[in-house]
Design a protein around this ligand. Structure first.
Ligand code: HEC
Length: 273
């Protein structure tokens, strides 16, 4: 009886495996079904190498400062950065006075401590970047965590802002019901965006939208790389500390492993096998 039951249980598991394998094979062979423009024309992020990549990664402060310049001159017209406070910019190498000056240029709507009413005042280092009012089409997301919130991270952001292209004729010919981007519908073709049509107008449409204080030439590609690096920092300002803690723990664990091996040898040393 037990034997029959175990054979049945075995068959049950085998059937389960065969079933999931079949489903996966079909999905793999057909690359998702039905066919759609989003699947056929979507492109994976381009390669982007940043100094913060990998377990030994460290931030390149000069690049983060350039990225901050791009954010504040270009992206900040539409996107907020609400999880970052002005004083956090110290990590990019800005002095306390420079941070005070940066913050003072912002207008913050906050409770006035004397009257208790909401009032506009110049920003202070302890303030967070203020919300942004955007009147155009679409909803620009807050960028504080965007490199964590999107599959593909920084390379995705980099590809997206440099990836605008004319809509391929083959797409228009094959998928008649695809919304063709136009001035009227306020959409722009971008093969890196999930549905290929994005409401954000190309933000880095020409070179030299910023003047870098370190003399780096502000090409479109350079600005895109720098702002992507900056958005890695906003999403994970403690990345370097996390890497260091990781290595400390690995070291500690190796030490404990050696100790316990020696203790094992010691305890069993007098025993015959
Ligand atoms: C003129 C306004 C405007 C500017 C300037 C702008 N954006 Fe956007 N952005 C938008 C809008 C609108 C959306 C939402 C698009 C949508 O959902 O179709 C968006 C979406 C995004 C997204 C999210 C895409 C996704 O996967 O959901 C990222 C990332 C982004 N922008 C980065 C940037 C960066 C970096 C800059 C500066 C170089 C920038 N944007 C400048 C309007 C703007």
């Amino acid at each position: 009886m037990i034997r029959i039951l175990s054979i049945l249980a075995g068959i049950f598991f085998i059937l389960g495996l065969v079933w999931s394998m079949t489903i996966d094979t079909i999905a793999f062979a057909t690359d998702g079904w039905p066919a759609s423009a989003e699947k056929e024309f979507h492109e994976h992020p381009k390669a982007l190498s940043l100094s913060s990549d990998g377990p030994f990664g460290k931030f390149d402060k000069a690049q983060l400062q350039r990225g901050y310049a791009v954010y504040s001159n270009v992206c900040a017209q539409c996107h907020s950065l609400k999880l970052v406070a002005y004083r956090d910019l110290a990590a990019l190498g800005y002095t306390p006075n420079a941070i005070k000056a940066i913050a003072a240029k912002a207008t913050i709507n906050a409770k006035d401590p004397l009257s208790g009413e909401m009032k506009d005042r110049p920003g202070m280092p302890s303030d967070h970047f203020p919300p942004v009012v955007y009147g155009g089409k679409g909803v620009p997301p807050d960028l504080s965590l965007i490199t964590k919130a999107r599959h593909g991270g920084a390379p995705y952001v980099y590809s997206l802002i440099t990836g605008y292209a004319p809509i391929p004729a083959a797409l228009v010919a094959k998928y008649k019901d695809f919304t063709v981007p136009s001035e009227a519908n306020g959409l722009h073709y971008n093969p890196y965006f999930a549905n290929l049509n994005i409401a954000m107008p190309p933000p880095l449409a020409s070179d030299d939208l910023v003047t870098y204080s370190d003399g780096t030439k502000a090409t479109k590609d350079q600005m895109a790389q720098d702002v992507s690096a900056f958005l890695v920092w906003t999403a994970e300002p403690k990345l370097e500390a996390r890497h260091q803690t990781g290595f400390m723990w690995i070291g500690l664990m190796l030490f404990v492993t050696v100790l316990s091996f020696m203790a094992y040898r010691n305890i069993w040393s007098g025993t015959k096998h």
